[in-house]
Design a protein around this ligand. Structure first.
Ligand code: SF4
Ligand code: SF4
Length: 320
């Protein structure tokens, strides 16, 4: 499989409004940044954790690379659009500072577009020019980026909070991170190995074992931890008791159960009817709560997500 990234792939991403940063990183405007700036709405992480949507930068250091090919993923995968490349043929990684500075510039370019928008909330716009939060998640598996701890550190040095989302297949990398993120997410989108292979389609050996190693590692983190379940109707919403065992193993601060959204390149793999309703997500979350002793703490119907925790209240990062 070829190591160089085909220009057609880059073109397809640019068409979807990705901003390339160097050769392997990218920034994309989150829908909720837009909603916050022009419609006074915000994402569920603002509701749950106080992360301001209009001051959030969504980026990835591993735009083309991942250890899984989840059927529900919004990223372009090898084979989509008849474009082929090696998703595990890792590049020469670029320096951290270039990626941070490049991401900040990309965010400024994104914001420039709002200057001519009559609906822009100017107070929020001025604040947005100084982002405070980075979601290291957009697409790809960030633990493949070798200096990930340094990247997190570089954002923290600039007074950012960081949410890192990993698929959990690189426990050795997580175990040796030299700086923890502000909050760590691990995606758990299958209750057992059989469903995992069908839904998350791992591209490396022993991925299920590695994910389980990550879950065992989670209690050693000092930052808040989250198990995120992206749920697809008819694919991975059964066997709640087995999900519960995985939650017990990881003892995360939170569990977020979230509906698959029919967006991006996932449209090539799944139909619209695969999106569960909020009521289905809430029913799943309630069953999981019953099995684990976690409580339903909050929910957001717009994003079809339910927050579970053993805490009485989520930890907030806005001082409230
Ligand atoms: S926290 Fe996530 S959902 Fe919210 S604005 Fe940032 S990238 Fe978007
Ligand atoms: S782990 Fe994340 S980036 Fe990789 S295929 Fe799955 S959803 Fe997409």
């Amino acid at each position: 499989m070829q190591k160089t990234i085909p220009p057609q792939l880059v073109q397809a991403l640019l068409k979807q409004k990705y901003h390339m940063v160097g050769l392997h990183s990218g920034v994309k405007r989150c829908k909720w940044l837009h909603e916050a700036l022009v419609h006074n709405r915000h994402c569920y992480k603002q509701k749950f954790y106080g992360i301001k949507s209009h001051r959030c930068l969504q980026m990835t250091p591993a735009l083309f690379y991942c250890t899984q090919q989840c059927v529900f993923c919004w990223r372009a995968q090898n084979g989509d659009l008849q474009i082929g490349w090696g998703e595990l043929q890792l590049p020469d990684w670029g320096p951290v500072e270039n990626i941070v500075e490049g991401s900040l510039h990309a965010q400024q370019r994104i914001l420039t577009g709002y200057k001519g928008n009559e609906q822009t909330d100017w107070r929020k716009f001025r604040e947005a020019l100084t982002p405070k939060h980075v979601a290291i998640s957009l697409t790809g598996e960030p633990t493949l980026y070798e200096p990930l701890g340094e990247l997190i550190h570089a954002f923290h040095k600039r007074a950012f909070t960081t949410f890192l989302v990993t698929n959990g297949t690189r426990p050795a990398k997580l175990a040796t991170l030299n700086e923890e993120p502000t909050q760590l997410y691990v995606s758990v989108c299958a209750p057992n190995e059989e469903v995992y292979k069908r839904v998350c389609r791992p591209q490396i050996n022993d991925a299920w074992t590695k994910l389980n190693e990550t879950l065992s590692l989670l209690p050693s983190f000092t930052c808040p931890t989250v198990i995120r379940m992206t749920l697809v109707r008819g694919l991975n919403m059964e066997n709640v008791d087995e999900y519960a065992k995985l939650v017990e193993k990881a003892a995360p601060t939170y569990v977020e159960t979230k509906a698959y959204m029919h967006v991006g390149f996932s449209n090539l793999r799944l139909g619209f009817e695969r999106m569960p309703s909020h009521a289905e997500i809430l029913a799943f979350a309630s069953r999981l709560a019953g099995e684990t002793g976690y409580k339903v703490l909050d929910e957001c119907t717009d994003s079809r997500v339910v927050l579970l925790s053993k805490r009485e209240r989520a930890i907030r990062f806005d001082g409230s």
